[in-house]
Design a protein around this ligand. Structure first.
Ligand code: SF4
Length: 358
């Protein structure tokens, strides 16, 4: 791989990031796509496809710790409709990308934003705020809407030809689709952005429960915790303690992921004599679960094993923590005595309102 590039591009894999990158490459400049990865977005396994189909060289960069810190501390410019901190997300990505410029001898930072396209992060004032907060005024180029914006230092310096940049504006996606199909001949047209679970209703509720429980027990959730919050059926209860968090696999893929994610302090549940889900309980505070909580969780896990339920009898559930496995015998029970339930959004808006900046 070449180690010297003229420009680095924020490359989500969404259509706008592809077109922004290609627009600058069309001027004969060498561009490296930087694909940021966090627990909430990032598809580094697609890098070979992107290189093949869109002709863009791409490098994955994991920014999970910084990104999770921003979510946990509360984004300075507030969450969007769900838990998407779009303005601060862009600020963080540009800040991190700017740090990489020197390593590649690059002088330009490309972002695929289109002024007026999105209500929160692509209003003209938001674009200015992002540019200033990330301190990238000297290097930033937004090729898709450059001719709708003031001339930038990289254009003034002659590093790119402004007349060959675009003047897209607003929410109409037709110009991007025309470019993709007719100018570049792409047969696979991705969505505008790269896919981010923070903007999804169901995922936001899952993350919110994790954030809320972490606050209650005074710990900071880790990137791994946010990955776990996306795995399987999520169940929480605050009845016994604030940190009873149980994740039950819904299929083989979930089961494998849960087994893979288990840490030494987690509890892994598995039925001994019947096929059934794998489940993982993570004590957020580090305090061991009470016997009652373990039995309640085991009964719940068993209730998702049809043959165990059909037996009508107590069944054995192995509970493993680190090197130690114990077995509890429970009647499969879907109704939890400790009130385990799946995340809902009751109180979500108030919780977010209490975290508004200023
Ligand atoms: S949708 Fe997600 S990835 Fe995109 S800007 Fe917003 S927070 Fe960032």
């Amino acid at each position: 791989m070449t180690t010297t590039f003229d420009a680095l591009s924020l490359f989500s894999g969404g259509l706008d990031s592809i077109l922004a990158t290609r627009t600058v490459m069309d001027q004969g400049l060498k561009v490296l796509g930087i694909h940021f990865v966090t627990p909430f977005f990032g598809k580094p396994h697609l890098i070979p496809f992107w290189q093949d189909h869109y002709g863009v060289e791409v490098q994955a960069v994991d920014i999970s710790p910084q990104y999770v810190d921003m979510i946990v501390d509360g984004p300075p410019n507030a969450f969007g409709k769900q838990l998407n901190p779009c303005v601060d997300c862009k600020v963080l990505m540009l800040t991190e990308a700017k740090k990489l410029l020197g390593a590649y001898s690059a002088k330009i930072l490309i972002s695929g934003e289109v002024v007026g396209q999105r209500p929160m992060s692509q209003r003209p004032d938001a674009l200015n705020l992002i540019r200033k907060s990330a301190d990238v005024s000297d290097v930033l180029l937004r090729p898709l809407c450059a001719r709708k914006l003031e001339i930038t230092p990289v254009e003034e310096a002659g590093l790119v030809d402004r007349s060959r940049l675009l003047d897209l504006y607003g929410r109409n996606r037709k110009p991007q689709l025309d470019l993709a199909r007719n100018k570049y001949g792409f047969t696979e047209i991705p969505t505008p952005a790269g896919g981010c679970v923070l903007a999804e209703i169901e995922a936001a509720a899952r993350f919110w429960y994790l954030l809320r429980a972490s606050e209650a027990v005074g710990v900071r959730p880790s990137p791994d915790d946010f990955t776990l919050a996306q795995t399987g059926r999520q169940l929480w209860t605050t009845k016994d303690a604030a940190d009873l968090w149980l994740c039950i696999g819904r299929n083989r893929e979930d089961n494998d992921k849960l087994a893979f994610q288990a840490k030494d302090t987690d509890l892994l549940f598995k039925l001994v004599d019947f096929p059934g889900p794998t489940a993982l309980a993570r004590p957020m505070s580090g305090a061991p679960w009470s016997t009652e909580a373990v039995r309640d969780a085991a009964a719940l896990v068993a209730s998702y094993a049809p043959r165990a339920v059909k037996s009508g009898e107590e069944v054995a559930v192995a509970v493993t923590t680190g090197p130690t496995t114990t077995t509890v015998h429970v009647l499969p029970q879907r109704t939890s005595s400790l009130g385990f339930c799946e995340p809902n959004r009751k109180g979500f808006r108030q919780w977010k309102a209490a975290r508004l900046p200023g």
